[in-house]
Design a protein around this ligand. Structure first.
Ligand code: OAD
Length: 233
């Protein structure tokens, strides 16, 4: 059986109204990473960091999955292959679109994490500074997102999936953040056919066997329908 591993980035949620990071006017043009997305920033100014993620969480909660999220869920449901979705996104639009077992390597906005004991719970829309952990009561609540300088989640599992992939697709990611940017090399070394679907060529475009330029809501459903049709012919 074929095994498809899909990596998604902010570009897949752009047409749901969520801003990307590095496009013109993107989040990293409005904020400095070192001010809002590092453990040092949280230690220095927790109110600024919680405020940044509270705004992201409120936007994400109001967003709806688009045709690209829905197409990937359809691919998983129809099982022409084993399909694993790995996302760098902290929104939950894959799940809202019907996908299962999504590996959120950069965490999730809708979860809170206790920095003291590691307990996780559903984040309220507005997290407060020094909110107590419901388990150990330490005032150490933080968003359950991975900051620069921290280890992404699920890495051993993701590398296992890449090592047995027959198809690897990267969707809506600029290929500038590691380790995700190197997944294409892992998959190619395992013999997978690699494909990029992005609005503009990513930093790693030359590493892919095939590219489908365009908006995710157009390229992804077309790609999925092609895979599903191949199964029935
Ligand atoms: P970026 O903002 O770096 O890249 C988004 C990519 O999506 C760009 O290459 C765009 O060309 C493309 N794009 C935009 N709109 C699109 C659309 N409608 N259809 C298809 N492609 C589109 O976002 P990521 O690569 O996801 O990490 O960023 C990776 C990580 O950097 C994020 O997870 C975040 C960020 O800093 C952390 O915060 C740890």
């Amino acid at each position: 059986m074929e095994k498809i591993v899909i990596l998604t980035g902010a570009g897949i949620s752009a047409e749901s109204g969520l801003g990307t990071f590095r496009d013109q006017g993107g989040l990293w043009a409005q904020y400095r990473i070192e001010d809002v997305a590092t453990p040092e920033a949280f230690a220095r100014d927790p109110a600024l960091v919680q405020g940044f993620y509270n705004a992201r969480r409120t936007q994400a909660a109001a967003a709806r999955p688009n045709a690209a999220h829905q197409a990937l869920a359809r691919l998983q449901r129809n099982r022409p292959a084993e399909v694993t979705i790995v996302t760098q996104n902290v929104d939950s639009l894959h799940e809202a679109g019907g996908a299962r077992d999504v590996l959120h390597m950069h965490g999730r906005l809708d979860k809170a994490l206790c920095a003291a004991c590691g307990y996780r719970w559903e984040a309220p829309l507005e997290m407060q500074v020094a909110e107590p952990c419901p388990d150990c009561r330490s005032p150490s609540a933080r968003p359950d997102v991975v900051w620069f300088g921290e280890m992404p989640y699920h890495m051993p599992e993701i590398y296992d999936h890449l090592a047995s992939a027959t198809i690897f697709a990267a969707i809506g990611t600029s290929g500038q953040v590691y380790p995700a940017a190197a997944f294409v090399h892992e998959a190619a070394a395992a013999g997978a056919r690699t494909i990029e679907m992005n609005l503009e060529p990513s930093a790693g475009v030359s590493s892919f066997d095939e590219t489908l330029p365009g908006m995710a809501t157009e390229t992804v459903p077309r790609w999925v329908e092609g895979l599903l049709a191949r199964r029935t012919t």
